[in-house]
Design a protein around this ligand. Structure first.
Ligand code: SF4
Length: 469
């Protein structure tokens, strides 16, 4: 672990010239290899073999549940979601999800402890109180959820679909963390993206969340939306700071209407230019740091007393498909359409089609449609990449001992890249170790990419990855 030097970050940390020089389009490394390497030759037997190894390891488990439905379309959205008003469709999906829960519980057994669970979407809270209760009940009776003191149970919330009473229900079920989709408080921006929600609504939810004593509240914000400017985003950030969420995610909007049709509904002429976006990112980030938030990495900020920030300071962060987490490595069971699982040394993904998902479950089959088996080289490179992302540096000796390799020979080319990053001020070399500098953290994926053996092929596929601009 690599302690972060100089606990307090300065507001001048984010600097346009620096980002412009070093930011590169690249993966966000919620996994390595990334989902682009998943292939359909991955078989049911591959999955079952991985489950058997996982069961033998007795590792703790975490669960991800995907609830894909939304009431209306946010034009910027690039998520795997379905807009519907049909209660029948939602019910049908829930019935099949419960079938998958039982199927997965049979595979993994009901006694392995679950320390982490996340419900994402879509809009999980688009389901009614009775259905949310039924879903929690089905997971609780089929898996061993540890108590709320020890477990992290989180849910994504669209503020338009919830009030204080429903929030109380979620707390009563056992959720102890919530993430609110805010995006921007400016009415003109909200109208342009087709997501109108009042500041008052969010304020009331925040008050309720505090009174119910949720352990952590996260706000999702987006920069790069139509009509945003440095000044308008500064207003939103000021309101956010007043509401005082524990964590903030500040995501980049990437405009790709050829891939995501609804983005074509946005007024293109009102989108901020690349230079404006960069100015917004730097100003908003510095504003958050001035207000006392700590930059965790990869778009994430947290209050210094938040568990995520404390783990960052100690070099004890971990990373999975939901982003940064404090929880140590566990196998992940993904359930629902398009959900990804990480089991022993495989990643595998359910079909992205709801029809196919439901047909598989009706036929008693697993809905897993693609995956990848990690080679020894993948495991070594994943360890290096996660060390840079989560522990703020790299100890080659540790990798060498863990994986029984000669680091200098194995990574001869990559070591040249590291030397260049040291010259550029992204890394510091200390006693054979590499430590990411505070500025290096802003562009840490550039460092990770030096170890990504699949990357040249990915880049040939064009604009598959996002960048700050
Ligand atoms: S942003 Fe969220 S609520 Fe809006 S369409 Fe996408 S998934 Fe649904």
């Amino acid at each position: 672990m690599y302690l972060v030097k100089g606990g307090t970050q300065r507001s001048s940390l984010w600097n346009s010239d620096f980002i412009r020089e070093h930011d590169v389009p690249g993966p966000r490394y919620t996994s390595y290899p990334t989902a682009l390497q998943f292939h359909e030759e991955f078989s049911q037997q591959d999955y079952l073999d991985a489950v058997a190894r996982s069961n033998a390891s007795k590792k703790p488990l975490s669960i991800y549940v995907h609830l894909p439905f939304c009431a209306s379309l946010c034009y910027y959205c690039a998520c795997n979601k379905v807009i519907t008003q049909s209660e029948e469709k939602k019910r049908d999906y829930l019935d099949h999800l419960i079938m998958e829960i039982r199927q997965k519980a049979t595979d993994f057994g009901t006694s392995r402890p679950i320390y982490q669970m996340h419900w994402g979407g879509g809009t999980p809270t688009y389901y009614g109180d009775a259905e949310l209760t039924e879903l929690w009940y089905q997971i609780g009776r089929n898996f061993h959820l540890v108590d709320s003191e020890r477990g992290e149970y989180s849910i994504e919330i669209d503020p338009r679909t919830i009030n204080a009473d429903k929030l109380g229900l979620l707390k009563g079920l056992g959720f102890n963390r919530i993430s609110l989709g805010i995006q921007d408080f400016d009415p003109q921006v909200q109208a342009a993206i087709n997501r109108v929600q009042s500041t008052q609504q969010v304020l009331e939810l925040m008050e309720a969340a505090r009174s119910y004593q949720f352990r952590s509240v996260n706000f999702d914000l987006i920069y790069g939306l139509p009509y945003q400017s440095v000044a308008s985003v500064a207003d939103t950030i000021e309101q956010v700071i007043q509401m005082s969420p524990d964590r903030i995610s500040l995501f980049n909007y990437a405009h790709l209407p050829e891939r995501f049709k609804s983005q074509g509904l946005l007024p293109e002429e009102a989108l901020p230019s690349a230079e404006e976006k960069l100015a917004i990112l730097c100003a908003a980030s510095n504003q958050l740091i001035d207000a006392g938030y700590v930059y965790i990495g990869m778009d994430h900020f947290a209050k210094p007393e938040d568990e995520l920030a404390m783990a960052y300071q100690k070099g004890q962060l971990h990373r999975n498909f939901q982003g940064y987490t404090t929880y140590k490595e566990a196998d992940l069971i993904g359930m629902g359409v398009s959900a990804i699982s990480q089991i022993d040394n495989v990643y595998c993904q359910n079909t992205r089609s709801i029809t196919q998902y439901q047909e598989c479950l009706d036929a008693g089959q697993s809905p897993i449609m693609a995956g990848v088996h990690l080679t020894q080289d993948d495991l070594i490179r994943r360890a290096v990449i996660m060390s840079f992302l989560c522990q703020n540096g790299l100890d080659p000796v540790q990798i060498q001992q863990t994986y029984q390799i000669d680091f200098r020979n194995y990574f001869a080319a990559e070591l040249q890249s590291l030397a260049r990053f040291v010259e550029q001020g992204l890394l510091e070399a200390q006693g054979g170790r590499y430590i990411v500098t505070p500025r290096g953290r802003l562009v840490v994926r550039k460092i990770c990419m030096a170890f990504d053996v699949y990357l040249p092929d990915h880049l040939k596929q064009g604009r598959r990855f996002s960048r700050v601009l």
